[in-house]
Design a protein around this ligand. Structure first.
Ligand SMILES: *Cc1c(COP(=O)(O)O)cnc(C)c1O
Length: 246
């Protein structure tokens, strides 16, 4: 696969800015968790590193963050080899079935599973290598029509059809909240996800136990914490703003 870097316009920030950004994020997480009565060390930060060059990821590793989120297969593959093997990567973007083969054995989770077809392909690939892929089911909660994910009402049927996918461990739900300033609307999205988890808490099978809630980005992670997020996906607040060139 031909790989063209998309990050050459990345604003290189100094190491001290990166360090400060991480400190600010950590402080906000601990404040929001305290307010919500949760232990902040139970919340995982995924640094969303799309468009960010590999050397910055290596610096981030040194600063104590080792989990990264990528949303494009080609970009991830180009970076993967250049980043220290201590790093763990999560696929958080829409994944086409024909690209599963490139990444299934390189990522720590695939958070964007939103169809039986995709789950089936991931399972088939994982089976050939006798590995278990950690998967999250993406739910569409936002008002925007363009976003991916299962409809809330489709989850039950989906869960009833995944028992055959024994090489995937379905460990939680993921969503992207509505892109808006309206806090009530953002919170509604996260509440939907939390309630889906609660509703399905008794559905525990060999390959499905929905414990994780992956929700909350730079603009809304504090709300997500209040609604029970266990995984935050934060890009801009850590790396600064992105300028994707394609
Ligand atoms: C880009 C992205 C994020 C992070 O967005 P920021 O606003 O930069 O924190 C989180 N989740 C997904 C799925 C993304 O694509």
């Amino acid at each position: 696969m031909l790989f063209t870097p998309t990050w050459y316009k990345f604003n290189r920030q100094s190491l001290s800015t990166l360090k400060e950004n991480i400190e600010v994020v950590r402080a906000k997480i601990s404040k929001a968790s305290e307010k919500a009565g949760i232990k902040s060390d139970e919340i995982k930060i995924i640094a969303v590193s799309k468009t960010i060059p590999p050397e910055i990821l290596n610096q981030t590793l040194e600063l104590g963050i080792s989990e990264f989120g990528e949303n494009k297969v080609q970009e991830f593959l180009g970076k993967f080899e250049k980043v220290d093997s201590k790093a763990k990567f999560h696929m958080i973007g829409h994944l086409q079935t024909n690209k599963v083969k490139y990444i299934f054995d390189k990522v720590s989770s695939i958070q964007s599973i939103d169809s039986i077809k995709l789950a089936s392909e991931i399972n088939k690939r994982a089976e050939t290598k006798s590995i278990i892929v950690n998967g999250l089911i993406q739910i569409h909660t936002a008002k925007e029509e363009t976003k991916f994910g299962l409809d809330e009402s489709e989850l039950e049927d989906f869960m009833n059809s995944i028992s055959e996918f024994q090489n995937i461990k379905f460990s939680g739900l993921m969503t992207i909240g509505t892109f808006t300033e309206d806090e009530k609307e953002i919170r509604r999205c996260f509440t939907v996800l939390r309630e889906l988890k609660e509703k399905n808490s008794s559905f525990k099978t060999e390959n499905c136990d929905l414990k994780e809630l992956s929700m909350g980005m730079t603009s809304d992670y504090e709300i997500a914490i209040e609604e029970g997020a266990t995984i935050l996906r934060i890009g801009t607040a850590i790396f600064g703003s992105r300028r994707r060139v394609n």
